[in-house]
Every structure is written in structure tokens, then in C-alpha cells.
Design a binder for this molecule. Sequence first.
Ligand SMILES: [Fe+2]
Length: 358
Amino acid sequence: MHGKCGATYESGSLRRYHLGRTETIRSCTLEAQQFARAMTEQHNETGSHTKYELFLKAMQAQRQYTTDAINAKGIDRHLLGLRLIAAENNLPKPALYNHISYKRAMHYILSTSQVGAKHDCVMIYGPAVDDGYGCCYNPRNDSINYMVTTFKINNEGTNAIEFSNHFNSSLTDMRSLIEVQCWYMDDVQDNPQDDHRLKDIDVPTLCDRTGVQVWHFQPEKTFANNECPSLTKLKQDRGYTYEDEIKVQPSMEKYEEKLKMFFAEHIHSDEEIRLVLDGSGFFDVRDCDDKWMRIHVFPGDLIILPAGMYHRFIPDSKNFIHVRRFFLGEPVWTPVNRPDGDTHPSRQDYIKHLKPHN
Ligand SMILES: [Fe+2]
């Protein structure tokens, strides 16, 4: 909106320390800047997956700064302490505090703070500087409330409504970045490992029109020795009792034959559940109008294909995917190809439960 980054204040609690109050989390990290630049570039040169990787790095940098700040390893209270010691002891103010870089670093264009809330409430405070913004946000279980403030006078071009609109669209952009990528396929009959992208669709449309369910976990938290609690909980909630892993790559035995088998349109009598650990690939699923939707999965994506839904799989042009497969009870591998699947009880059940569409 303003075409530049500025000093950003995010409050980190120091209440675990005697008389502690807050430390500054300087959330405008280099990693956040690189991510923002990729997301706002004019000609959209950076691909979605690179943007996603930049997003993870920015998040990691933010998390690291937050951990440092709340463990008394921030810089702002330390510098404040030194300045106050000088003042209390009638010592001259060290030159650092008059340096242009320090003044810029203390000019908080964006002052932010979160207050977690169960209730549908908003909290407000003002900007820290004339040409800045105050932004208090309240994360809730499935939404975020936020309030943006600016000064009416001497505001030097700030605009709370415009900022709020940009904030909103940024959150939407980030949501689409972490959601699995999916689209309607074209009818071109050439290499199936190409994209065949006709028209992008969002995840709610995919789920609504197929019954597919999708989740996304941080890729590094999907490996068994470091699994995140939310993945463990999902497995418990859904009763997955068996899991194994498979790598699909040219070195596997009878690779071409296996690809043909994976890519034949088929159904199963049970759900097909796949968590991508590494690599990437395409799951194609038939929607309620029998049109192909293609889901491009990457590390961290978990998808559940309902029993009785026609689908197929193929790796993308990188020819490598490593997935974990989950099962309820004993694993059932048997695919039923089209058209034999049409009369299968799981198919009848699937059609009965899929919502009708116009
Ligand atoms: Fe399958």
C-alpha cells in the first residue's frame, strides 16, 4: 500500500520476570520482507511453491524472534535500560541513541498486539507515531477480529480503511497459498504429468463438489519423530490404526506399469488417505458433474478421497513423491476400475450422499 517496510512493534510478554512487562518483537524481519516482496511483485514471477517456502521461512523467523524476545534476548529493553542508566547517573547520552538508524528503528510505523479472545469482541489502541497505524487483533478459534487506527490529522497519507482492505486481501492471499492447489482440467490428450490447468478452483468448491477433505501441516512436522500434535489428534479422531509409506519414483520396480495402474480411473470401498512427506503429484477426482478436478499436492498436504469416488493419481513432471498412507483397520488395496465400479455398493452410497448441484 505504501510501497515500503517500516519498523514494526509486536508486543512480547516478559511477565515471567520480576517486574517484567513487554519486549518488542520486531516482526519486520528480512524473511518477512522477502516474502512480502514475492507476494506483491508486479508481474507475479515467483511461483506458488516458492512463495510458500518464503512464507515458511518468514514464519520461522517470526517464531524465532518471538522466542528470543520472551526469553529476555530481545534488544529493545536492553537498550532502554542502558539509556535510563545513563540518565539516572547524569552520564551523557551515548551517541548510538542519536544515530539516524536508531531513530528510524524506534519510529514504529506499525504498532501491533494480539489479544486472544473467546468472544466476538474487538480491542483498540492508537498508532505509536503520526504517520503510523495501530493494529490490535484478536485470534479466535476459527476467525480473527482486528481493528486498525490512524490519526486524522498530521497522518501523512495513512488511511485505516484502505489498510484494512489490504490486510484482509493479504490474509486471503496467504490462505490460498497454504491451501492445496486445485483446478478443473482441460481435455488435451497429451502428457498427463503436465498441469492441464483449465480453471483454478478454491478448496471449499473442491470439497463441496466431491466430498474430498484436505488438511495442511507444516512439512517438517509430518515425520514420525517430530509429528505435530494436530496431526496426531487428526489420526486419533478419525481412528487411523494402520499406516505405511511409499515412494513413487522411476527407480521403483515396474514403474511404467505402476503409473498406468495408478492413473486408471478407479474407486475403493474405503477412504483413500494420503499425507505427502516429500515431492509432489496430482490426484485427479471426478466432481458431481463427472468433470475432472486436479489436486496438486506438496509436502504437508493431507487429502482424504471418499469411498466410491472415481479418482486416479500420477506424479507431476518431477517424477517423485513420498507419501504416508493411513487406514482404518486392515488396509484394503483393491481398486475397482470404471465402469465396473458403477454398480459397486460404495459407489451407490457415495452418489446418494453427494449434494446435488445445478
Ligand atoms: Fe486409489
